[in-house]
Design a protein around this ligand. Structure first.
Ligand SMILES: [Zn+2]
Length: 344
């Protein structure tokens, strides 16, 4: 898998800075034909991050994973990664993150089922045609699921170490139509209108520039293509801040949030911007115009799809009137938003 000669996604790679054509100057390097910027290919994964390849610490993690790649299956490699490099300052968060990573396929299958429900709520058919992009794919669980539905899937993440794990999972799952790319969501290395579908599960709150990211997604989408994303609600009343499991973070002024989380949980709170319902509307209006649909969803895990209550809740949502009631009442306080945008 991920044999680049096998696929044709390479044809759609462009310079993330100027969108001009890229030349493959060597087996392990792309170069921008206009600006001369050079992008290395590491372990089969092109690194299109504009500010260079992460940091020294990331290089160390990447090299360890490459070294151990053939010694473990995906689960083993994920545990090795968590044991060696996981952030253990808050042990409960570390443990939960590790188990979710190891069980990536199961976790993402549930997310995929949620997504199908949200499309049904939005009255839009989730089409499995053409090429899909998973933004912030992490260790690639959703990529492997989308690979069964779409002709081709690209998993993109800003963290190269996570993509090495993703490659292990994709190989183990025999996803021959999946490709992984390291890049920032604000500077996508794809030609205009490459994808028929883009999704981002709880990722947009982590990017440095949300508006720019949404505009880049729009640029990469084909006419009629869909963008689906989920993002936690800043003012959720039905659950704690999901990244740190601390209640009430969003109700504080943003500049106080980090100190508060540090005090309660002992970990910093950086690089996240959760929107309110109104801020999210402004982003969507700016980037997709008035034609978007938003549904309001409970936080992950609140009502697992396998539980009786979870099944009942999901059936309840598919009733047109009830979905409307839940959406209206939950607009301000629900745990997170799921959005379906369609490019005109
Ligand atoms: Zn360029």
């Amino acid at each position: 898998m991920i044999d680049e000669t096998e696929g044709c996604i390479e044809e759609f790679y462009v310079c993330p800075s100027c969108h001009s054509r890229l030349e493959k100057t060597r087996e392990t390097e792309y170069q921008c034909a206009r600006e001369g910027l050079v992008f290395p290919v590491i372990f089969g994964i092109p690194d299109f991050r504009l500010l260079g390849s992460g940091d020294k610490a990331e290089d160390g993690r990447v090299n360890s994973l490459i070294e151990k790649f053939d010694d473990f299956n995906y689960e083993g490699l994920a545990r090795f990664y968590a044991d060696s490099f996981g952030d253990r300052r808050a042990p409960d968060l570390w443990k939960e993150a590790t188990e979710r990573t190891v069980a990536a396929l199961t976790v993402q299958t549930e997310k995929y089922e949620h997504m199908k429900i949200h499309f049904a709520q939005a009255g839009i058919e989730l089409m499995g045609k053409g090429s899909a992009l998973e933004l912030g794919c992490g260790t690639g669980g959703m990529v492997c699921i989308l690979a069964q539905k779409f002709e081709r899937v690209v998993g993109l993440d800003a963290a190269l170490d996570k993509l090495i794990l993703a490659r292990a999972l994709a190989e183990q799952s025999r996803c021959i139509n999946a490709t992984f790319v390291c890049a920032y969501a604000e500077h996508l290395p794809f030609a205009h209108q490459t994808f028929s579908f883009v999704s981002a599960h709880d990722v947009i709150e982590h990017v440095g520039d949300q508006l720019r990211t949404l505009l880049e997604v729009r640029r990469s989408l084909q006419s009629g293509g869909c963008f689906y994303f989920t993002i936690p609600n800043r003012y959720s009343l039905v659950g704690p801040e999901p990244h740190v499991n601390v209640w009430g973070v969003g109700f504080l002024p943003r500049r106080w949030a980090s100190n508060y989380v540090k005090l309660v949980k002992g970990v910093p709170y950086e690089g996240k911007r959760l929107p309110s319902c109104f801020e999210l509307s402004r982003w969507l209006q700016t980037c997709f115009g008035p034609d978007f649909c938003r549904v309001y969803v409970l936080p992950d895990g609140a009502l697992p799809a396998a539980s009786v209550l979870g099944r009942a809740y999901r059936m309840f949502l598919t009733l047109p009137l009830m979905g409307l009631v839940v959406n209206t009442a939950g607009r301000l306080i629900w745990g997170s938003f799921a959005v379906v945008c369609r490019r005109d």
